[in-house]
Design a protein around this ligand. Structure first.
Ligand SMILES: CC(C)(COP(=O)(O)OP(=O)(O)OC[C@H]1O[C@@H](n2cnc3c(N)ncnc32)[C@H](O)[C@@H]1OP(=O)(O)O)[C@@H](O)C(=O)NCCC(=O)NCCS
Length: 178
């Protein structure tokens, strides 16, 4: 994929991870978890060994209607996004979506570039018709990002997140591609 010029003048490369990215991806997720209370994990990151992460990446890259992308600036993983669609006939048109950017790289257009990539991927599948996400009610920037790409609120999930001893509602949002 072509580099994308960011608001800080740096180039963003978006690509699928390969198994050799596993250690850097684990380190990325651990840093991310320690920086944000908006995710489903904290500084413990994702409980994968390097081998498990390699295996996960290899298997993910074989799927036709699910995808993971990483965003790199100066060869460092600074963002990631994933779309996951189930295999079952009756719900294969649905998918769940997640996105994250390291704090030092916020507000320069990285999430915008990644979300556009995910939506383009979903459209290309011609199978995925609904992109679903859950966002903490007070995550204003993320909600604005989603709304500006056409996501609509479909409901509230009371107390879905438990962070630092406190429960938070999430807003459930869908983007329909019919
Ligand atoms: C939410 C998140 C993904 C946004 O990433 P980002 O790369 O900073 O987003 P972008 O730079 O593409 O900007 C998206 C929106 O952020 C806001 N924003 C951008 N620049 C800003 C600035 N200088 N000051 C304040 N807000 C700004 C705007 O609302 C912008 O929308 P706009 O382009 O219409 O102005 C990022 O903050 C993040 O990873 N947070 C932690 C994890 C998380 O919350 N993930 C989502 C879970 S549902």
């Amino acid at each position: 994929m072509n580099p994308i010029r960011l608001k800080n003048g740096k180039n963003l490369i978006i690509r699928r991870p390969n198994p050799d990215d596993a250690p850097a991806l684990i380190a990325y997720l651990s840093q991310l978890g320690s920086e944000s209370g908006n995710l489903t994990f904290g500084s413990e990151g994702i409980p994968f060994t390097v081998e498990q992460e390699r295996d996960y990446i290899t298997k993910s890259n074989l799927l036709k209607t699910s995808v993971m992308y990483i965003g790199l600036v100066d060869d460092k993983i600074v963002a990631s996004t994933n779309l996951s669609a189930p295999d079952r006939e009756r719900i294969k048109h649905t998918s769940s979506f997640g996105i994250s950017v390291l704090k030092a790289y916020w507000h320069i257009g990285i999430a915008t570039a990644l979300i556009e990539q995910i939506i383009a991927f979903a459209k290309e599948t011609e199978v995925v018709k609904i992109i679903h996400l859950a966002v903490r009610v007070d995550n204003i920037h993320a909600i604005h990002l989603y709304e500006s790409h056409g996501f609509k609120c479909i409901g509230i999930y009371p107390k879905q997140l438990f962070v630092d001893g406190q429960y938070y509602d999430t807003i459930l949002m869908n983007l329909e591609l019919f």
